[in-house]
Design a protein around this ligand. Structure first.
Ligand code: NDP
Length: 327
């Protein structure tokens, strides 16, 4: 028996509770993992609170990522005792996920944990940090080097935004952080942000073309914030769009794209190919400042997952939430 968060369909609402699960109840898969740590991402919070259409089949164990130890495997790529991690592939949405003591999954969805990282450190990074690294890699591939100019990061107090700020500053970029929480200025400077701007400036529709400010952007908000960021890019600037914490809408014009050659690159971490996953996690292992990561982490037990999920959707949580599934 092990403990798990379980989501059940309560008609007009999602009912979340902690349940005891037996191994036989786990879904099909060729690798069983004893989970060491999981974490809470924005998508997990939407699933648990029922405030977004994330869960496609009930009952569901939420948790889009986890790290732990292989307990059993019938796939030759993984053997018992090895440390592994998983991000995405519909886990926690259509297949039981990581907010539990164990998971059984398809071997194709797993990668080995980078040797320098513990399972807790992997979940301090989590899908938020892995996505931030995919954004950084996309900027690099598009030619945005530190000498090209500033890189703007939205949702900077959150998981993707915070780790993006940490990574970019470590890689030598000058980071401009946009936040709705000016009281987090010291925190954002400690992550490496050079300039902090108020989200309020970016929440209302703006002019199609604005003052040219940024060479690169990592946006996790969508909505008017993404439109205003696009409008403020320099010639040939590159915007990576990965989130919708403000809105799924994109109320923009084509002006930045056709008059300034701005590039807009979408980032989908969920079904990313294996090669990119391995590179992203190796780069994270090489680049991340684990001390700074610790300072942006709060660790909670399974019993605090539901209340914390509400706080995440309400934009009250700073940094990353790690879940110790055995605490
Ligand atoms: P977090 O909750 O950790 O951070 C989101 C941040 O956005 C908040 O800290 C806050 O930052 C800001 N924010 C929150 N609510 C609002 C709002 N209503 N309007 C404007 N800004 C708001 O989430 P994550 O960083 O984990 O995820 C961010 C987004 O990225 C989500 O939409 C998530 O689904 C998406 N995502 C997408 C992935 C992909 O594969 N494409 C993978 C991972 C995440 P502040 O207070 O500093 O402004």
């Amino acid at each position: 028996m092990f403990q798990s968060i379980m989501l059940r369909n309560g008609g007009s609402e999602t009912v979340a509770s902690i349940e005891n699960i037996r191994d036989e109840q786990l879904p099909n898969g060729n690798v069983t993992v004893r989970i060491g740590h999981s974490c809470l991402n924005y998508k997990d919070a939407l699933a648990i609170t029922g405030r977004g259409s994330v869960v496609r089949a009930f009952p569901m164990v939420p948790g889009i990522d986890f790290a732990g130890t292989v307990e059993q495997s019938t796939d030759s790529r993984f053997t018992a005792g090895e440390m592994v991690l998983l991000n995405g592939f519909g886990v926690g949405e259509v297949h039981w996920g990581g907010l539990a003591g164990k998971a059984r999954v398809d071997a194709d969805w797993l990668i080995h944990l980078p040797p320098v990282m513990s399972d807790r450190q992997a979940m301090q990074i989590g899908t938020a940090g892995y996505t931030a690294m995919l954004c950084v890699m996309a900027l690099e591939r598009a030619g945005v080097t530190p000498n090209k100019g500033e890189v703007v990061v939205t949702g900077a107090s959150g998981g993707v935004g915070g780790i993006a700020t940490l990574l970019l500053s470590k890689l030598g970029y000058r980071v401009v952080a946009i936040t709705g929480r000016p009281q987090e200025a010291d925190y954002l400077h400690a992550l490496g942000a050079k300039t902090i701007l108020s989200r309020g400036e970016f929440e209302k529709p703006g002019k199609p073309l604005q003052k040219q400010r940024w060479a690169g952007a990592i946006d996790s908000l969508g909505g008017p914030a993404l439109a205003n960021v696009c409008a403020g890019m320099v010639e040939d600037g590159v915007v990576t769009a990965c989130g919708l914490a403000q809105s799924i809408d994109f109320p923009a014009t084509v002006a930045p794209f056709i008059f300034r050659g701005v590039h807009l690159i979408g980032i989908n971490s969920v079904y990313r190919n294996l090669a990119d996953r391995i590179v992203a996690w190796r780069r994270l292992a090489d680049t991340i400042d684990f001390g700074a990561l610790e300072a942006m982490t709060t660790t909670i037990p399974l019993t605090e997952v539901c209340s914390t999920a509400s706080d995440i959707v309400d934009g009250k949580i700073r940094g990353r939430i790690v879940v110790d599934v055995d605490a």
